[in-house]
Design a protein around this ligand. Structure first.
Ligand code: PLP
Length: 361
């Protein structure tokens, strides 16, 4: 068949191991899954309430305009309704942006290592991918600028960056935005925005720089990964251009309902942010005691350099019933990325790592 040349080497997304699979493999009773940066505290009780009171018109298509969650999000962020676009997770928004802007005669600039979906989508569109190495876990913004030329269509900034957790200082990002030509779309992926301890108001950048798209999601701090709702915030003009590219019914009834309930409970969000911070600091202390390098994180995960094959350490933790991500697939072969869990979970993780140090290393 006449496949696109560029898809031959693509692989399907490799999800973290499923808990049932691990239970069987190691004959374990319980599993701690800290591999995909999901919220260990679950989600707001408002979500359960809303779902229990859902109307049962299952035969009807969902609201393609996502009217309720749109209004709730617009009001929460203090933006206009038509500055928002709702998608099947931010993953779909990445795909839509790529479809709309990338072609074989265009290029796209991004950091490496970073969230892999930007590259994946760009490859499918046949665009040239220009990757710029992180500097000490941070985006090398100056180098990214030099990689851009008149054929650059999209620049991706993951902030905080997955998998390092680094957050770009406001002055640096402002300087960067001021240096990017205004016909290049700058995507700011803020999947972990709500975890940042002292966030700046990136929405306010939009007045000065209308060529940005901010991506956020209900999958992380809101704890609704299974419902697949993400969204983009941009200028009315950009949203208008992108709307026809998405599927007509890309978000479903359950997701819209759950997200609307979740955004109404900012106390839950605040609580998760604070607990996450307390638990992260314990990981920092552990790393310092054991001379492990780590990147200070503004997300709900930590990348720890164990100076050993990441796969082996991840496998050892797996045998203890703890699922983390080996850094190998993430561009840090001697690290593991651990989602910050609940207090007792993190304790088990650190105990297991300590055991690994004494028995294996
Ligand atoms: C998890 C994650 C996403 C994807 O989130 P969904 O909304 O679930 O598709 C996007 N970007 C980054 C950096 C992430 O870590």
């Amino acid at each position: 068949m006449k496949w696109k040349e560029q898809i031959h080497n693509l692989r399907p997304y490799q999800p973290g191991k499923a808990t049932e699979e691990v239970k069987k493999q190691y004959q374990l009773e319980s599993i701690i899954k800290l591999a995909s940066n999901e919220n260990p505290y679950g989600f707001s009780p408002n979500v359960v309430h809303a779902l229990h009171h859902m109307d049962s018109s299952y035969m009807l298509y969902p609201d393609g305009n996502a009217t309720k969650i749109r209004a709730a999000t617009a009001s929460h962020l203090d933006v206009n309704d038509d500055q928002l676009m709702f998608t099947n997770g931010t993953d779909e928004l990445i795909q839509i942006i790529s479809r709309a802007l990338l072609t074989p005669d265009k290029n796209t600039v991004m950091a490496t290592p970073t969230f892999p979906q930007y590259k994946h989508s760009a490859i499918i569109e046949g665009a040239e991918v220009r990757e710029v190495k992180l500097k000490n876990g941070n985006h090398a913004l100056e180098n990214m600028l030099t990689k851009m030329d008149e054929n650059t269509a999209v620049v991706w900034i993951c902030n905080p960056n997955n998998p390092t957790g680094s957050y770009i200082p406001e002055t640096e990002i402002r300087h960067f935005l001021a240096s990017v030509p205004n016909d290049v779309l700058v995507v700011l992926d803020e999947a972990y925005y709500e975890y940042v301890t002292e966030p700046y108001d990136s929405l306010s950048f939009m007045e000065e720089f209308p060529n940005i798209m901010i991506m956020r999601t209900f999958s992380k701090i809101y704890g609704l990964a299974s419902f697949r709702i993400g969204y983009g915030i941009s200028s009315q003009t950009t949203i208008k251009k992108l709307e026809p590219i998405r599927l007509p019914f890309n978000t479903n009834v359950l997701g819209q309902l759950a997200a609307t309930a979740a955004i109404s409970d900012q106390e839950f969000v605040e609580d998760c942010r604070m607990r996450n911070r307390v638990e992260l600091e314990k990981y920092y202390a552990f790393c310092e005691e054991n001379n492990f390098h780590y990147f200070p994180s503004q997300g709900n995960f930590i990348l720890i350099n164990v100076e050993w094959d990441g796969d082996e350490v991840a496998e050892f933790l797996l045998s203890k019933g703890i699922i983390v991500r080996s850094g190998k697939a993430l561009g840090f072969p001697t690290s593991v990325r651990i989602t910050v869990g609940q207090k007792h979970e993190n304790k088990l993780v650190r105990n297991a790592l300590a055991e690994w140090i004494t028995t294996k290393r």
